[in-house]
Design a protein around this ligand. Structure first.
Ligand SMILES: [Zn+2]
Length: 208
């Protein structure tokens, strides 16, 4: 298994391509479809599944073109459907938590509401794609429609309890250097939100 990261668009959105056995699972393909097509073609990968971490426009803009080109549907958690701007016939809803299997990989989708009602984190092996729930040194906004800070605190508590060697890949590159990649261990040390979720979630109520 290998993970390719494409940082695309004006808000440093991350599109992830998870490769296994010549097949690819895409997470949040958005903004620059030609760049995504090029990577798939360069590596001779066949896309077999597309997941969206949540339905915010910046995580799926232009993805309709991708889904049509490869004749795929995008998986989106059912609570996100009402906010989803993709044509209905291009999406497939499901209720998280749910397990999938694609490209010979077990994919565990965890419901982590807070940033949006149906935000999910997607776990493949010891890698967790966190969308806008958890960033390097930060967390997702809770001031947009559908957001809920109490839910986010519960979701962060859940993430803080994951094995510390879990690698995280976030929905935007907001950190320094490789600002999209970290580990639960690193974030527990340097991300005040995740640290507080583990040690003193009460304090987080004032922070979020
Ligand atoms: Zn978002």
């Amino acid at each position: 298994m290998k993970v390719y990261t494409l940082m695309l668009g004006p808000m440093s959105n991350c599109t992830y391509i998870v490769e296994n056995q010549g097949q690819a699972i895409l997470i949040d393909p958005s903004w620059d479809m030609p760049a995504i097509y090029k990577l798939l073609e360069d590596k001779s990968l066949k896309p077999v599944a597309v997941f969206f971490t949540h339905a915010h426009q910046d995580h799926m803009t232009e993805a309709d073109k991708f889904l049509k080109k490869y004749d795929l549907k995008g998986f989106i958690e059912e609570k996100e459907e009402a906010f989803c701007t993709l044509p209905h016939e291009l999406i497939e809803t499901y209720k998280a938590p749910k397990n999938f299997e694609f490209a010979g990989l077990k994919i565990e989708v965890i419901l982590t509401p807070g940033h949006t009602r149906g935000s999910v984190c997607i776990k493949v092996d010891n890698i967790l794609f966190t969308g806008d729930t958890l960033f390097v040194n930060s967390v997702g906004r809770t001031d947009l429609p559908g957001a809920n800070s109490e839910s986010l605190i519960q979701s962060l508590k859940m993430l803080a309890a994951l094995p510390e060697d879990t690698i995280i890949y976030t929905g935007h590159s907001y950190g320094l250097n490789e600002g999209f990649k970290s580990t639960i261990k690193q974030e527990l040390a340097t991300n005040p939100y995740l640290k507080m979720a583990k040690e003193n979630p009460k304090i987080l109520e004032d922070m979020l």
